[in-house]
Design a protein around this ligand. Structure first.
Ligand SMILES: Cn1cnc(CNC(=O)c2cc(-c3ccc(F)cc3)cc(O)c2O)c1
Ligand SMILES: [Mg+2]
Length: 214
């Protein structure tokens, strides 16, 4: 049977990227998705904004919701200092299988831990299962309809602390209107929109950066 889009993306990484070199994994995926087959990675333009937020914050504990093929896990993981860890949750087992290979090809298997399952099931168990107290940085890139419920769950589970930074992808396209309204209105957050474009296209999209004020 035909290969899937994530499997074809993984083959491009294995054929063209240098093992252990996250920068080459990122550039191979961006070139492949721009020139051969579009895929819903955060991409190079929004990825540059993601890089600047992560570099400025220098987080020790990071949560990513929505791994897909592992592109943003590699983007974030490559910037983390020794001892820092990224936990990335992916619901779809086929995506998770590809992402594990991409993360491993980049040589980030000791920095990035992929957990399979639904964010709503896992978030209440992160503390007892992974010994996590609070997160320094959270990247939201999973089901757009799930952003709001998951940030409220993170609040309830006390996994946010004063200064925790949340960065949400696709707040314009496909859009997360209820999430945007919540973080922009709530006194618990200081929120700012970074205008950009949908990965590999000219369509508008952007990232919303929200600092939890606790
Ligand atoms: C199936 N699935 C498993 N995880 C997810 C969560 N991600 C998205 O839905 C997602 C979608 C798009 C997008 C798709 C079609 C289109 F025309 C325009 C935008 C872009 C993104 O950056 C995304 O993160 C979806
Ligand atoms: Mg996205």
């Amino acid at each position: 049977t035909r290969t899937t889009r994530p499997q074809r993306l993984l083959k491009a990484v294995q054929d063209r990227a240098i093992r252990g070199n996250p920068k080459s994994v990122i550039s191979v995926i961006d070139h492949y998705c721009r020139n051969q087959e579009w895929a819903m990675n955060v991409g190079d333009e929004k990825g540059f904004i993601l890089d600047s937020v992560v570099s400025e914050l220098n987080p020790q504990t990071v949560l990513e919701l929505g791994t897909y093929c592992g592109y943003s896990a590699v983007r974030i993981g490559r910037l983390l200092h020794s001892g820092a860890r990224l936990l990335t949750l992916e619901f779809n087992p086929d995506y998770a299988a590809v992402a594990r290979e991409v993360i491993s090809w980049a040589g980030l298997e000791n920095t990035v831990q992929l957990v399979e399952g639904a964010s709503g099931d896992w978030i209440p168990r992160l503390r007892e299962h992974f010994g996590i107290h609070t997160f320094d940085f959270i990247f939201l890139d999973h089901w757009k309809e799930g952003y709001l419920a998951d940030i409220k769950l993170l609040e309830e589970c006390r996994l946010l602390r004063k200064g925790t930074v949340l960065l949400a992808d696709n707040v314009v396209c496909p859009g997360a209107p209820d999430y945007l309204e919540y973080v922009r209105k709530s006194p618990l957050y200081d929120s700012r929109y970074f205008k950009s474009h949908l990965e590999y296209t000219k369509a508008e999209d952007g990232l919303e950066k929200s600092v939890y004020l606790g």
